[in-house]
Write a protein of this length. Structure first.
Length: 442
């Protein structure tokens, strides 16, 4: 263990808060409103309520694991310790799928956004440029990356508060009741991926635990403050958007039009019109929210892939750190290449859903690992213990299982694709492990 590559410890609780909120905050700006088309106000609100309970229970349960085992692999390392290599691979693979497939969807949104101001540059070209630029920032050093993340996250949070302040004076409770459940209660289940999108990737905080000063204390502070901030922003953004003129006003730019990915500008256009300074401000600063999540998830994904290589579950080159910058450069570059390939599919909605499949699998494996470790290693040093154990992790586990089943039912083709990726990866892992063992023995 002492001979393995080490990551440099530079992060404090404020940086962790910035990373945790930054990973997620783009979900407040785009994508979530597509769940309104599935479930209406009541359907998406119900799904979001359950998902909030899941994330609160999951985050504090995951904090126990992160404080006890502060390693860059996150769930990958926890599952290996609790359940063995096969389950470790499953959790790590799910984590990689989530972290690698979420950025292409956000990159495409960045490209579409900037294309409004730069119409001569193709969306895909802007998205690829963003990948190259932010991968380079992450290679240069985690402190530089985290400092940048903190700044743009603060700007993105302020912008959401400005939006809420501008929209809430026009809020009417009756607007929440308009066509509140258009597809019946089944719509609430169909809206689950979009409720998850509000919080997707918050667990990435655990992946920088190895680069955190005093992780046993600071991970909990950063993790806990981040999830509480996000819950408040979620409720505020959802209610202030839909309360302006009903859910259809933040989904369809006009009757009969295709669904829009821009709920906040749509809400403000109903109040002030597109020429008003508040509309321009929200639309302009909204880019910071997209960049914060894009950049932050790239950072977390690099650590997850790095750990795969460092422990020998993938080619060892992925587990190398850059000599000068002490960052997982090879892992970051590989993830970038995979993300760019995913960009060319053009199916951002499907990419988001596959990322959500990965997230739910991660949550299930993590909660099982926590329950097993409590029995298997009762003397493991636990600087933080999740409150109300075992109820808290069990609640997160049950909701995650129900959500995974519901998502699979409503997205059968994507479920087949996701589980096929997991299966192929597991077979490749087994073959690679045998070859590696043969090389070591002979």
């Amino acid at each position: 263990m002492s001979n393995q590559p080490k990551l440099k410890r530079t992060l404090g609780p404020l940086m962790l808060w910035g990373l945790g909120v930054g990973y997620v905050i783009s979900g407040m700006y785009f994508g979530w409103n597509l769940g309104l088309e599935k479930g209406g106000t009541l359907g998406l609100a119900t799904a979001t309520g359950f998902i909030i309970v899941m994330y609160l229970c999951f985050t504090f349960s995951y904090s126990e694991l992160a404080c006890s085992i502060p390693r860059a692999g996150g769930v990958f390392d926890y599952a290996i310790k609790a359940l063995g290599n096969d389950w470790g691979f499953l959790g790590g693979m799910a984590q990689n799928i989530e972290f690698i497939f979420a950025p292409p969807a956000i990159a495409f949104a960045i490209g579409a956004y900037l294309n409004i101001f730069l119409p001569d540059i193709p969306i895909i070209a802007i998205a690829i440029t963003a990948y190259l630029a932010f991968t380079l920032v992450n290679i240069r050093g985690v402190k530089i990356a985290a400092s940048f993340e903190l700044i743009i996250t603060i700007i993105a949070v302020i912008e959401l508060l400005i939006f809420a302040g501008a929209a809430l004076p026009s809020f009417e409770f009756e607007n929440l009741k308009i066509n509140a459940l258009p597809n019946g209660w089944t719509g609430a289940f169909a809206a689950i991926p979009f409720a998850i999108w509000f919080f997707l990737a918050i667990e990435g905080v655990a992946n920088v635990a190895e680069e955190t000063i005093n992780p046993q204390r600071n991970v909990l502070i950063g993790f806990g403050s981040a999830i509480l901030t996000l819950v408040v922003l979620c409720i505020l953004t959802f209610s202030s958007s839909v309360g302006v003129a009903g859910w259809e006003a933040v989904v369809y730019p006009e009757p009969g039009a295709a669904p829009s990915d821009s709920p906040l500008p749509l809400a403000l256009s109903r109040i002030y019109g597109e020429s008003h300074i508040l509309y321009t401000l929200v639309t302009s600063i909204g880019l910071f929210g997209l960049i914060a999540s894009f950049h932050g998830i790239i950072l977390a994904a690099g650590r997850a892939t790095f750990e795969f290589g460092r422990v020998g579950f993938a080619p060892s080159q992925l587990g190398k750190v850059h000599r000068k910058f002490k960052t997982p450069a090879n892992a970051l570059i590989l993830n970038m290449l995979i993300g760019i390939v995913a960009l060319f599919t053009g199916k951002t909605g499907d990419i988001i859903t596959i990322a959500c499949f990965g997230a739910l699998t991660l949550y299930i494996v993590a909660m099982v690992s926590l329950l097993v470790l409590r029995k298997k290693e009762p003397d493991l040093e636990r600087p933080f213990k999740v409150p109300f154990y075992p109820i808290t992790p069990i609640v997160a586990l049950v909701i995650a299982i129900i959500a995974l089943i519901a998502m699979s039912y409503y997205n059968i083709v994507l479920a087949i694709i996701y589980f096929s990726i997991i299966l192929v990866g597991f077979v490749a892992f087994r073959i690679y492990s045998r070859l590696r063992l043969s090389d070591l023995l002979g």
